[in-house]
Design a protein around this ligand. Structure first.
Ligand SMILES: Cc1cc2nc3c(=O)[nH]c(=O)nc-3n(C[C@H](O)[C@H](O)[C@H](O)COP(=O)(O)OP(=O)(O)OC[C@H]3O[C@@H](n4cnc5c(N)ncnc54)[C@H](O)[C@@H]3O)c2cc1C
Length: 543
């Protein structure tokens, strides 16, 4: 290994997304010398707040926007000044001149909504049963995320509900959805949690849709998705403050370009002038796909994201075709557009066949209704609101040939589908920036790859994994970073497959002192801090 030309640290962290910051804070608080290197000019990764529109004082959560999976334990351990706010309306889904409003605090009202939509309370009863089941699973599974990985059998025993296990872990979720719910729109609303950030369908035999569903219903032990007060940037700023206060050094504008390790010491190359730094441990917040490149491995298959993200600022909330619902309630929860079960399937089939969906499904939510603190007092007083749209089923491959043209066509189709449920075009409600341009920005998977470094624009760095030990993980197989087989630059055994996380904590890479501390770890994905916490625990446990 070439000599270390600069300082040496107990841990170098590659990437300052929220997970890298969590790892930095835990390790620095445990007295380790920590250096965090972030490629971009600021930390936060996909969890940031930005003034996206020229001259407009609105700090939007530009990419991720709701919090569910962040354990209270991490907030408390790190002493973060960060709060979330519950949304009273969990969702609104329009159909024709009516729709379905789910009021989390008023079961009687929600039951009336189901009767209005479907003509009976059968699907309401199924809804109560189904989400009662997911809640019991959540209570049991969520606390395991910040411990060593359970085996599959241990998790099954812990859940202690054979029907729930079968529905969530064994059979494609579409089977349960079709058995339990009769109405096409109700089925679609349930299914969306299986498809956010995951290009899949109800009956996908890989069950990647079930894994996605699981992570969407276990957060906090309740499955609630809450509004981060001050926006996502408030969380990542608090994390960066906690890491710095504990003594971690954070350097931004520092892209890591190489990692070499003999399993005991590592050398990390970064920056345009080819600096190097030595480290006992390297924790990688970048995606496993990026890590393979940093280690000089042959590129593995590139992950692929499949979503459109649109950020808007509105002068006023639009009126709805469904005049019975107040737009402040409809947009206060998750507002489903074109997400009936059949529409989701059609969009999937069109995208899988290589074309943009005719009626792209999406969901919308308004942050400023629940937390106006992201707006200047003047904007808040004027009735201005933020609107975030997350579109489904538009894989990166659809943008490769003509990135700008495909994005423009998709945006037009998505807004047309939205307009179909409004009583006035969304364009008429858009605010304008200081240059007179409409306040609207759209991000394709390729934009996310370029801007945030998400390979293929995959929002979870790769498809989500089951929250239990599988081959290469868990107590009976390799342990995190301790198998010691992996060295770089040598003539030893074949290079470990770093795209498969290993070890007791699900953060190992096959290289003894290189760990995943980001969304690509087992139990990664989403704004959770869980892989950052778990990688830090793996390091501390090893010493
Ligand atoms: C549009 C969108 C909407 C989403 N919505 C939600 C949501 O509402 N709720 C939710 O829970 N999740 C959501 N997600 C998912 C969630 O944001 C991510 O899964 C999560 O932020 C991943 O965090 P991370 O810290 O592991 O990685 P990232 O946030 O990806 O951070 C990785 C960091 O590493 C840096 N980096 C990469 N390569 C290098 C290198 N070579 N050298 C130095 N630095 C490097 C990157 O610049 C980045 O800062 C969304 C994601 C997207 C994109």
């Amino acid at each position: 290994m070439p000599p270390v030309t600069h300082a040496s640290y107990d841990a170098v962290i590659v990437g300052g997304g929220h997970n890298g910051l969590v790892a930095a804070a835990y390790l620095a608080r445990a007295g380790r010398r920590v250096l965090l290197l972030e490629r971009l000019p600021a930390t936060g990764g996909a969890a940031v707040s930005t003034r996206a529109f020229t001259g407009v004082d609105a700090r939007l959560s530009r990419y991720s926007y709701l919090v569910s999976l962040l354990p209270r334990k991490i907030v408390d351990d790190l002493g973060l000044r960060f709060a979330v706010r519950r949304r009273r309306i969990s969702s609104y889904s329009p159909r024709g001149d009516g729709g379905l409003l789910v009021d989390a605090e008023d079961a009687g009202r929600t039951r009336e909504q189901f009767i209005r939509l479907t003509g009976s309370d059968r699907d309401f009863a199924a809804w109560q049963r189904f989400y009662g089941m997911t809640r019991r699973v959540a209570e049991r599974v969520f606390p395991t995320l910040t411990g060593q990985l359970p085996t599959r059998a241990e998790l099954e025993r812990l859940i202690d509900d054979p029907a729930a296990w079968e529905a969530l872990f064994e059979r494609p979720i579409g089977e349960t959805v079709e058995r339990e719910f009769g109405d096409d729109l109700v089925r679609g609303v349930v299914l969306t949690d299986a498809l956010i950030g995951t290009f899949s369908h109800a009956h996908d035999p890989s069950l990647r849709q079930n894994r996605c569903f699981l992570y969407h219903v276990i957060g906090g032990g309740t499955g609630d998705w809450d509004v981060p007060v001050g926006g996502m940037g408030a969380l990542t700023d608090a994390l960066a403050d906690a890491a710095r206060a504990a003594g971690a050094e954070i350097v931004t504008g520092a892209e890591v370009t190489s990692i070499a390790t003999d399993g005991v010491r590592a050398e990390v190359g970064y920056g345009e002038d080819g600096r190097t730094v030595g480290a006992r441990h390297v924790l990688v917040n970048a995606a496993p796909y990026v890590l393979a490149g940093l280690l000089g491995q042959r590129p593995p298959p590139r992950p692929e994201g499949a979503q459109l993200k649109v950020n808007m600022l509105l002068r006023r909330l639009p009126r709805l075709r469904d005049a019975s619902v107040d737009p402040r309630e409809a947009f206060g929860g998750t507002f489903h557009i074109g997400e009936s079960y059949r529409e989701l399937q059609t969009a999937y089939e069109q995208a899988a066949a290589g074309r943009l969906p005719d009626a792209p499904p999406s969901e919308i939510y308004c942050h400023s209704l629940t937390d106006p603190s992201i707006l200047s007092p003047e904007l808040a007083a004027s009735g201005t609101h933020t609107l975030t749209l997350f579109g489904l089923h538009t894989p990166a491959r659809l943008f490769e040939q003509d990135p700008a043209g495909a994005k423009e066509a998709l945006l037009a189709a998505t807004l047309a589908r939205l307009d179909a449920v409004l009583a006035e075009p969304i364009a008429d409600c858009l605010a304008t920036d200081a240059d007179g341009r409409p306040c609207l920005e759209a991000k394709s998977p390729l934009d996310l790859e370029r801007e945030v470094g998400l390979p293929g624009g995959h929002i979870f760095h790769r498809d989500l994994s089951w929250p239990y030990a599988t081959d290469g993980t868990g107590t009976t197989d390799a342990t995190d970073g301790a198998d010691g087989t992996g060295t770089t630059g040598g003539t030893g055994p074949a290079a470990p497959d770093v795209t498969r996380a290993t070890g007791r904590w699900g953060v190992g890479t096959g290289y003894a002192n290189v760990y995943l501390c980001g969304a690509g770890a087992v139990r990664g994905g989403g704004v959770s801090g869980v892989p950052g916490h778990n990688a830090a625990m793996a390091v501390l446990e090893k010493e």
